[in-house]
Design a protein around this ligand. Structure first.
Ligand code: ZN
Length: 302
């Protein structure tokens, strides 16, 4: 039974305990920055509770053409570690890091990936390194290993945590890899041909055996001309492409027009360079890959 004195004692204990609790702050998290949402999700999975991740190009954003803000300069100047994709994706990043004072260590997550070449969307005929390496799960595993090693270097006290988090996430990626392969295996070989709005699936195609034909001369930066559209329609008819897909970072009107004129099926929305918002179908890297294979299957499995 509670006596008045016990309650008074408890209240007194609480009032003296409260300021002590306020001082007993959790240890400060390692401040990191990731350039875009997909990379940010990988860093969160490896960093867990020890790490605070700020993502510069958020959900549905286009990391190819981002314009950094003064707030981004602040964010980077306070960060211990900056994660970039590399492979030419974030051309705007060098100036941003310099503007921020250049103190944060930079980890290039794609280091060690076997790269592919692609045509520069803004300079037809000009070949560049394809930056979209994360579209192969095997490459995402290389990203995760680089992220783990970068975090351990910046925060050696967290070594065992980062190793355990990476190990468990890598096991999830192994399961995802098997899921993607079995989803593609269900699509008849002659139907594994797709047109997307921008050329982001080269690594997916090479890893899993699908042909992604990007409309020639169309980029995320410029609108397609009537001539471009006519060329794409011609391409679809000649190459007998069964489906066209929307992408979350590109204008969908072009694909809708093309589908109308060619009779090609319209697939759902693919997530290529950015995650969806938290309540969308691709809020994490794993959900993004699952969303995309679901869309391929829905449009291409006859
Ligand atoms: Zn892209």
């Amino acid at each position: 039974m509670l006596t008045r004195r016990m309650i008074a004692a408890a209240v007194f204990a609480f009032t003296i305990a409260a300021p002590a609790l306020a001082q007993d702050k959790p240890p400060e998290k390692l401040k990191t920055v990731a350039t875009f949402s997909i990379l940010g999700d990988l860093v969160k999975n490896v960093g867990g509770d020890r790490v605070e991740v700020t993502t510069l190009v958020g959900p549905n954003g286009d990391a190819h053409v981002y314009s950094p803000t003064p707030a981004d300069v602040q964010t980077i100047s306070h960060a211990r570690l900056v994660f970039i994709n590399g492979l030419g994706l974030e051309g705007w990043m060098t100036r941003l890091v310099a503007a921020a004072g250049g103190n944060a260590a930079t980890v290039t997550a794609s280091t060690g990936v076997k790269t592919l070449r692609m045509e520069d969307e803004n300079k037809p005929g000009h070949m560049i390194t394809d930056p979209h390496a994360w579209q192969s799960v095997a490459n995402a595993k290389i990203y995760v290993a680089n992220i783990r090693d970068g975090l351990i270097k910046a925060d050696p006290a967290g070594k065992s945590v980062y190793e355990a988090n990476a190990k468990s996430y890598l096991a999830q990626l192994d399961d995802l890899q098997a899921e993607v392969k079995s989803a593609v295996a269900k699509i008849p070989a002659e139907r594994r041909r797709i047109i997307t709005t921008h050329d982001a699936f080269g690594y997916f195609g090479a890893a899993y055996g699908m042909a992604f034909i990007s409309p020639e001369g169309v980029s995320t930066e410029t609108e397609a001309s009537a001539k471009d559209v006519a060329k794409i329609i011609d391409q679809i008819r000649k190459q007998k492409i069964p489906a066209v897909f929307m992408e979350n970072i590109s204008d969908s009107r072009l694909m809708q027009q093309i589908a109308r004129e060619t009779g090609a099926k319209i697939g759902g929305t693919l997530y290529s360079d950015a995650l969806s918002k938290a309540d969308g179908p691709a809020a994490t890297y794993i959900d993004m890959m699952r969303n995309n294979i679901r869309q391929f299957g829905a449009a291409l499995v006859g």
